[in-house]
Design a protein around this ligand. Structure first.
Ligand SMILES: NC(=O)c1ccc[n+]([C@@H]2O[C@H](COP(=O)([O-])OP(=O)(O)OC[C@H]3O[C@@H](n4cnc5c(N)ncnc54)[C@H](O)[C@@H]3O)[C@@H](O)[C@H]2O)c1
Length: 269
């Protein structure tokens, strides 16, 4: 059955590919982006986001899915504003409309960067909802240069992946029939990585940090297909999962390695 799905970051890359896949499946897509989508919105600006939510509500009695995908990698606190706070604010501002669906779903584009070394204090500030303190902390990191500033990106993705698992089984989500999951892309060929992947040196650096033994850099459609499934009515029981679509990085020692389950509890008796 045709569904109505909101996709953020629909003007480019993974969001654009996801919107195209959903439209080809016969669904109605409402694309949100700074530019190049159905509704122009700055997800870091509360007034702009509220205006977009009002516009959606004016034309739709309900929505069936949200793909919170928009993101940036700037090695600055903007990464926190868009990738963490922007994603949560998007979902919360549309949740009333989503709850009216008979099969409500949320999917977030996190990142395999959530598996990389980061700044645990920054992750803790984000998860505690300490917006101003997190922004001040992230700004300080960015002033120490891009290598340290990158923690803004990795922390934003680590925190959003954790938030998904935190809220998924609660009354607010599972209790309302809302499945909420994330995708963790590895290196994907989009505008975000175009410059990096355009030289041999950059490609070697990207794939050195995040190896992809299966088929190398991921296509945007490869992520879009998984996001499209996560917001489908068929996804009735999977929730709280972060699915890494990364060419194998997560299974390598640089990711989480082969044993996700740590020491098994000893069987009694
Ligand atoms: N490309 C990769 O290698 C890669 C890897 C892992 C995760 N991701 C994640 O995938 C998601 C999509 O990225 P992409 O690779 O398609 O990049 P992209 O740059 O092609 O697309 C990102 C889109 O988000 C939009 N956006 C940014 N800030 C916004 C704001 N404040 N308000 C509204 N829209 C805004 C941009 O305008 C852009 O259209 C991001 O969350 C990114 O972190 C990308």
């Amino acid at each position: 059955m045709a569904r109505t799905i909101v996709v953020t970051g629909a003007g480019s890359g993974i969001g654009k590919a996801t919107a195209e896949i959903l439209r080809a499946q016969g669904h109605t897509v409402i694309g949100l982006d700074l530019r190049g989508a159905d509704i122009e919105v700055d997800l870091t600006d509360a007034d702009s986001l509220q205006a977009a939510a009002r516009e959606i509500a004016a034309h739709h009695d309900s929505i069936d899915g949200i793909v919170a995908n928009a993101g940036v990698t700037t090695n600055s606190a903007l990464d926190l504003k868009v990738n963490y706070f922007g994603a949560i604010d998007t979902i919360e501002s549309l949740k009333d409309l989503l709850e009216k669906s008979s099969a409500p779903r949320v999917a977030i584009t996190a990142s395999a960067a959530s598996l990389q070394p980061t700044d645990p204090e920054l992750v803790a500030l984000l998860l505690a909802g300490k917006h101003d303190e997190a922004i001040a902390y992230g700004t300080k990191l960015s002033e120490a240069g891009p290598a340290v500033g990158y923690a803004n990106y990795s922390a934003s993705k680590r925190a959003i992946a954790t938030w998904v698992r935190r809220v998924a089984p609660t009354d607010d989500y599972a209790g309302k029939g809302i499945a909420i999951n994330a995708v963790g892309p590895g290196v994907v060929k989009t505008a975000m990585t175009e410059q990096l992947l355009s030289t041999e040196e950059g490609r070697a650096m990207a794939l050195g940090a995040m190896p992809a033994p299966l088929n190398g850099p991921v296509k945007a459609e490869g992520i879009g297909n998984v996001l499209a499934f996560l917001v489908s009515a068929e996804n009735a029981s999977m929730t709280g999962q972060v699915i890494y679509v990364d060419g194998g990085f997560d299974a390598l020692p640089q990711g989480r390695g082969e044993d996700l389950w740590h020491s098994p509890k000893h069987i009694d008796g």
